[in-house]
Design a protein around this ligand. Structure first.
Ligand code: 475
Length: 839
């Protein structure tokens, strides 16, 4: 009789590798193993964070062979790689997203459950890497997701800020900024690559010399050296083998630096110099649109761009490429002008370091770079004082002068005698203080320039880059933004994702256009009721979160009316507040008034130095305090400001929203991307004809969109003929009452003058035309309240909104970039076999 052991030995047993296996059993074993051997804990003493880390490492192991396979497939001659240069990547938490993209969400949930834990709690442990301010940084993250989903070889290059966007607390209604120590407990998603370190030079001066071939040359004698150390994070594609790389640079002092000083006995000086170097990647500048001409900011930009370009050239040469063919292997995208110094730096690397002649170098540069503009606000356009620029980057300033000299020659040839045009196009802004105009550098040095929504791209051609458009119209195109349905539907709204897949299959996840098939359920009673139930569940979850975070109890059956985004005067959170006060006044004047019960929810950070934006936060909280404690409006009106809006919080908010506030002054919001996330998740939009709202309305159908306000043309015309906010104040009693209440301290008991700066600005200047749009907004909001009473019709509109948002997938946007700008195509990736290392 055979023993059990002998029987087992006879059977060819298939044992899954603990680091790659995807079965529940294997995942459980790997999880326990990582807890013990990586965290050094067992169940007796492990914290929730230990469990999170053990799970993160379990998932990371499963990324690695996809990642190595990808590197192998992409590090080949003839492969074209997209290099996305961005000062910000607002990635959001990785764990849940990686589970989705690996396709193991359910297995891991079960494995964790069988280990006696709860997956949601572990996911909630992750501190998100807040390496961005808002729209621009989050767009970069959605684009990395789509590049990987579409198997396009891509590297995202940026800065590894030690402190990301500040955490926001609200004290006494005011924003307080707290340092974001996101690396405190370590970051399991990144791998340092110190062997790929590069050097970056700064400061000093230049000198002329004659080279061996008798040619006149210039060399840069830099003042100091910084070292850039890359930290890589794999970015998985959805259920494929591609794992691209996000490569973020950390600034360090060169080794030689401290040794030198140490030998001289100046230990303190050495450590000081080291700290000075490390400063460069210390902190993210928390200003989104208005630019600040800080030297450290320019150092940051140059630092990460120079590291990245050196890395790109190294890769290109490694696969046997010739510099003349760089554009065949590399497409470099500038995410706004923040990395645009790259144009001068690539010229310097080619001409000074690699001995390429100027004309060839300029051709390579133009053919390689492309530039995306994200804002029309004049105060956001980057320009650097010549003096500051020249002292930090003396050689680059010379190169920019030379680019400009040749560029203006071309302009003269095309528009002879047009000196006004020369001055307008020049890369240098003349005047008592001279500036380098970074948008001009980016435009001259790129073969493609794009805006981020149809309207925005038109306005770019008409206003900000008009002269560049007249010079080179062929460079211009529109690339309407998009967002990833993996994070913004599947991960954040799993119940909705399940209902959709059950109804139309799961092809929509990779091909969002398929959501159209939901249209046939728009009138289906059974489907409608499930749709509504899911929304209610999401609202109930948010209600619970609001209670935990603020102590406020809100009614999940009220209309959830939500505005989440950076706080900005042009985004007009305070117009929303004017309506809330209007409603409040109506209820006070007529206590029996029947209105649709509403919960107004706000979230968003203000730049720490932006006084008006901070005052708007205080205003929202002050109005909330009065309204929420007034028994006269109980059950009908609630106002919530949720502190510390970020990606994690966004994932809770979009699925729970019924009304999406997109109320910027027409012509000011380049695109918006939150508007897309709301709508995909079934919220209706109240909005102006601004940014991508125009296209959202076009897709959803005008009957499923709440439109109000002046158009861009009307805004221009009104300003041209002289806008006087007083006329609106005097002509509208309800408006006047609201303004008077703000001015007299009704919402700031004991501090009558608190909101005076806001009120003054509104009645005297009102740059963003709140008063002009007030009546139209109020009427539109009233229509919203009415419409909500017909739940069947509302649900139909909600379903149609989701069904028709296919266009706003970042997959569509990335396909357009690949076809029209980058010339990049998918590369098949085979999984890398794990082989025991041999010498
Ligand atoms: C637009 N950020 C949105 C989004 O295209 C648009 C500027 C300077 C320094 C740091 N951050 C910034 C932006 O300019 C920005 O976020 N712009 C936004 O880009 C993506 O959807 O309308 O305001």
């Amino acid at each position: 009789k055979k023993t059990a052991a002998a029987a087992a030995a006879a059977e060819p047993v298939q044992i899954e590798d603990d680091r790659t296996g995807l079965s529940v059993e294997t995942l459980k074993r790997a999880f326990a193993d990582n807890l013990f051997y990586i965290q050094g804990k067992n169940a007796d003493i492990a914290t929730l964070n230990d469990y999170y880390m053990a799970l993160a490492y379990t998932v990371r192991d499963r990324l690695l062979h996809r990642w190595l396979g990808t590197i192998k497939a992409q590090l080949k001659p003839k492969v074209k790689v997209v290099y996305y240069l961005s000062a910000e990547f607002l990635m959001g938490p990785h764990l849940g997203n990686n589970l989705i993209n690996l396709g193991i969400y359910d297995q891991v949930r079960q494995a964790i459950q069988e280990s006696g834990l709860n997956l949601d709690e572990l996911i909630a442990q992750e501190e998100e890497p807040g390496l961005g301010n808002g729209g621009l940084g989050r767009l970069a993250a959605c684009y990395l997701d789509s590049l990987a989903a579409l198997e396009i070889p891509a590297i995202g290059y940026g800065l590894r800020y030690e402190f990301g966007i500040f955490d926001q607390e609200i004290r006494d209604g005011w924003q307080v900024e707290i340092t974001d120590k996101w690396l405190r407990y370590g970051n399991p998603w990144e791998i340092a690559r110190p062997e790929a370190t590069v050097e970056v030079k700064l400061g000093g001066h230049t000198e002329a010399f004659v080279d061996g071939a008798g040619r006149y040359r210039v060399r840069w004698i830099p003042g100091r050296t910084i070292v850039g150390v890359p930290y890589d994070t794999p970015v998985l594609g959805f259920k494929n083998n591609t794992a691209n790389t996000l490569r973020l640079w950390k600034a360090e002092a060169p080794e030689s630096f401290d040794f030198q000083a140490f030998n001289l006995g100046d230990y303190y000086g050495a450590v000081n110099a080291k700290m000075y170097s490390e400063n460069i990647s210390k902190v993210l500048y928390p200003n989104d649109e208005p630019m600040q001409g800080r030297e450290l900011r320019l150092e940051q930009q140059f630092f990460f761009v120079s590291c990245s370009l050196q890395d790109i050239i190294r890769r290109h040469l490694y696969v046997g490429g010739k510099l003349e063919n760089l554009d065949k292997n590399a497409a470099i995208q500038l995410n706004d002008t923040h990395p645009s110094i790259g144009i001068a730096e690539l010229m310097r690397l080619l001409v000074d370091e690699h001995n390429v002649d100027w004309d060839t170098a300029w051709q390579i540069t133009q053919d390689t770079f492309a530039y995306t503009n994200h804002t029309l606000l004049p105060e956001a356009l980057e320009r650097w004082p010549l003096s500051l620029f020249g002292s930090l980057l003396p050689r680059h300033l010379e190169i920019i002068f030379e680019i400009n000299r040749r560029f203006l020659q071309e302009v003269s040839a095309k528009f002879p005698g047009d000196t006004g045009r020369l001055a307008r196009l020049s890369l240098i802004q003349e005047g008592p203080e001279k500036f380098v105009r970074m948008a001009h550098l980016a435009s001259a040095g790129s073969h493609a320039i794009n805006g981020v929504a149809a309207l925005h791209s038109e306005l770019l051609k008409r206003d900000v880059l008009r002269d560049f458009y007249e010079l080179s119209p062929e460079k211009f195109s529109n690339k309407t933004n998009g967002v990833t349905p993996r994070r913004w539907i599947m991960l954040s709204n799993p119940e909705l994702a399940f209902l959709i897949s059950e109804s139309i299959g799961d092809g929509w996840i990779k091909n969002l256009g398929e959501l159209r098939e939901l249209e046939r359920f728009a009138n289906d009673k059974e489907f409608q009721s499930r749709w509504r139930q899911i929304k209610l569940n999401n609202k109930t979850n948010l209600t619970e979160y609001i209670r935990k975070r603020t102590g406020l109890v809100v009614d999940p059956h009220s209309l959830f009316d939500i505005q989440v985004k950076r706080i900005h005067e042009y985004k007009r959170q305070h117009l929303n507040v004017l309506y809330i006060i209007t409603l409040y006044n109506r209820l006070k004047q007529n206590p029996e008034l029947e209105i649709t019960p509403r919960t107004f929810i706000f979230g968003g950070k203000a730049a720490p130095g932006y006084f008006m934006a901070k005052l708007i936060i205080k205003l929202i909280n002050s109005v909330a305090a009065v309204v929420n404690s007034d028994p006269d409006v109980r059950g009908r009106l609630k106002v919530v400001f949720l502190p510390d809006y970020n990606v994690t919080f966004g994932q809770r908010v979009y699925p729970a929203a019924e009304l999406s506030e997109q109320i910027s002054t027409a012509g000011k919001e380049a695109s918006g991307t939150g508007n897309m996330k709301f709508s995909m998740n079934g919220a209706l939009t109240i909005g102006t004809l601004d940014g991508a709202n125009v296209e959202i309305r076009e897709e959803a159908g005008e009957e499923n969109f709440f439109l109000f306000g002046l158009t861009t043309e009307e805004v221009y015309a009104l300003k041209a003929r002289g806008y006087n906010p007083w006329d609106y104040y005097n002509g509208n009693p309800a408006l006047r009452q609201v303004i008077d209440q703000l001015a007299s301290g009704v919402f700031s008991p004991g501090e009558a003058h608190l909101f005076e700066p806001l009120v003054d600005h509104l009645i005297h200047r009102d740059e963003y035309l709140l008063l002009a749009d007030y009546q139209s907004y109020v009427e539109c909001q009233d229509r919203v309240g009415e419409a909500y009473r017909d739940q069947e019709h509302w649900t139909r509109m909600s379903i149609l909104n989701s069904a028709r948002m296919g266009k706003f997938s970042s997959d569509r946007a990335i396909r357009e970039y690949c076809e029209d700008i980058w010339g990049a195509v998918a590369v098949d990736v085979a999984l890398e076999e794990y082989v025991q290392a041999t010498a």
